[in-house]
Design a protein around this ligand. Structure first.
Ligand code: XMP
Length: 513
């Protein structure tokens, strides 16, 4: 087919699919392939441009991922991002070194001189960095087109050879003019016409699911969160009462949440679903006893979930498929591709080896959170459900540092409830992508009344983000923090200190585990 195509070569970065998505947002078709794709195959694909993603390696690492040097001679424009930029510099004779100062998060980049890639971008622009190595010196024939105070080559290009590179990540939302740079590359440098359109997600998925499921029976793991709610409603549109939704109350939900989920999806709620609620709190707590390591907790909770589903499935009889609301960041961060494992997201890396269903269906597997929300609206799900805050599958199990106990669950539930109430009262809930309380494993001395306390510290987190791949901590008003802090220590027994988390992602993650 003679479709214009941009080829993304995946060097294992966290944001590789995000790059593909941004290219598609420029209305240009795009495919992601492993960096090891042979030069013959690349030639045969005849891409209009090639993008190298970032990656966790150093170009000096043993078996560092690389590419054939002929790739730079094909006459096809190449755009290297982060590791991809370092690789380009290294392979073409520039110098790459460990940066004296690693940069993680926002950085002010100075774009100077004339540049095809940063054409139309402000002279000072905020970009998202995440690197330990950097390009010390650009290869001969390249001009440096951007820098920061600690990164001499934040962008470089060699126009004669159509080679471009940036140290930062233009694909993430926090790089304010990143989309402009990708557009410049794809549409102006590679000269793609921009005539490609994605088929409506809901229509396409409904058609595919109908073919796959036929008259089979399907069980859906419904948590009441955005992702599984969208998956459940999508499936109910496709197969109606062939679907049964099982809601497992693992006892690690936010205060009042279990009842809210039942009100919406249960009998008499907004949907005509077969709905089963399983109260399994004690069972999960027993399995988590003595377990402190966050990955171990995730795996236990993930496995126990599946076991509960299997038991319910047996009761229903002859269930063929299990539906889960797994979304793309869960897949990437679970390290199923080349990307480094950040954490085993519940229901993905957390799956046990043996699962007693014919097949698992994950209709949202390739979507980012904001795309899931768009799909939810497309499916007619009410806005208040679609824009609910995300909540991790393992729930408060991963918002309690260290061992999970009933007492700690109560503390974090109560603190979180107070925090949420005050955020809504201050009218900030729509501006924040996510806010929650977590419980540290730290106890410290305090004095309350006339007595000494030796109690836990609660940590408050609030972030702004669109795609949840990167995030900035929110600058909450001090007055709000005052109110929340004093309410929590006064109302939540066992807590004598409240902290606020001022970390972005990277270097932290959004969850606090
Ligand atoms: P992190 O903490 O990885 O979170 O920066 C990114 C987003 O994913 C949510 N999250 C999860 N969602 N199952 C989910 O469905 C999980 O296991 C899980 N862990 C994190 C997190 O709340 C944030 O919105």
């Amino acid at each position: 087919m003679n479709r214009e195509m941009i080829l993304v070569l995946d060097f294992g970065g966290q944001y590789n699919q995000l790059i593909a998505r941004r290219v598609r947002e420029c209305n240009v078709y795009c495919e992601v392939h492993p960096y090891s794709l042979s030069i013959e195959k690349i030639r045969a694909m005849n891409p209009k441009g090639i993008i190298f993603t970032g990656g966790p390696d150093s170009v000096y690492a043993e078996e560092a991922p690389n590419c054939a040097s002929e790739l730079f001679e094909l006459g096809i424009p190449v755009f290297g991002i982060c590791y991809g930029s370092q690789l380009m510099a290294y392979m073409l004779g520039g110098s790459v070194a460990t940066a004296p100062v690693s940069e993680y998060g926002r950085a002010e980049v100075d774009t100077s001189g004339s540049s095809a890639l940063v054409d139309g971008v402000g002279r000072k622009t905020i970009c998202w960095m995440s690197h330990t190595d950097y390009i010390e010196q650009a290869p001969e024939g390249f001009s440096v087109t951007a820098s920061t105070t600690v990164c001499p080559v934040a962008a470089m290009e060699c126009r004669e050879r159509d080679l471009y590179a940036v140290q930062f990540h233009p694909e993430v939302m926090h790089t304010q003019e990143g989309m402009k740079m990708l557009f410049n590359f794809v549409r102006k440098i590679c000269k793609c016409s921009g005539d490609w359109k994605m088929e409506s997600f809901a229509e396409k998925t409904i058609r595919e699911l109908r073919e796959k499921i036929g008259c089979g029976k399907v069980l859906c793991a419904l948590s009441g969160g955005v992702d599984s709610s969208v998956a459940a409603v999508l499936l109910s549109k496709v197969i109606g009462k062939q679907l049964t939704c099982v809601f497992v109350d693992h006892g690690l939900l936010r205060k009042k949440e279990a009842n809210e989920v039942e009100e919406i999806f249960g009998p008499g709620g907004s949907y005509d679903l077969n709905f089963i609620r399983v109260n399994a709190g004690e069972r999960f707590l027993a399995r988590l006893k003595g377990v402190e390591e966050p990955e171990a907790k995730r795996k236990i909770i993930g496995e126990e979930f599946i076991r509960v589903f299997e038991e319910e499935a047996k009761k229903i009889g002859a269930v063929d498929f299990l539906v889960q609301g797994t979304i793309y960041p869960d897949v990437i961060e679970s390290g199923l591709g080349k990307s480094a494992v950040i954490k085993s997201h519940h229901n993905v890396g957390g799956l046990p080896d043996y699962v007693d269903f014919k097949e698992i269906i994950e209709p949202l597997r390739l979507l980012f959170k904001d795309e899931v929300r768009k799909a939810g609206l497309e499916l007619g799900i009410p806005e208040h459900l679609v824009f609910r805050q995300p909540f991790p599958g393992p729930g408060l199990g991963v918002r309690i540092i260290g061992e999970v106990t009933e007492e700690k669950v109560r503390m974090v539930q109560e603190a979180d409830q107070i925090y949420g109430e005050e955020i809504v009262k201050a009218g900030l809930h729509k501006e924040l992508a996510q806010y929650f309380a977590a419980l540290t494993n730290m106890r410290s001395v305090g004095c309350m009344g006339d007595g000494r306390t030796y109690d836990y510290a609660v940590v408050l987190r609030a972030v702004t983000t669109t795609d949840f791949m990167t995030a900035e901590y929110a600058h909450l008003p001090w007055e709000l923090l005052d109110t929340v802090s004093s309410r929590i220590v006064n109302e939540v027994k066992g807590v004598n200190r409240v902290l606020y988390d001022c970390s972005g992602k990277p270097p932290a993650t959004i969850e606090f585990e």
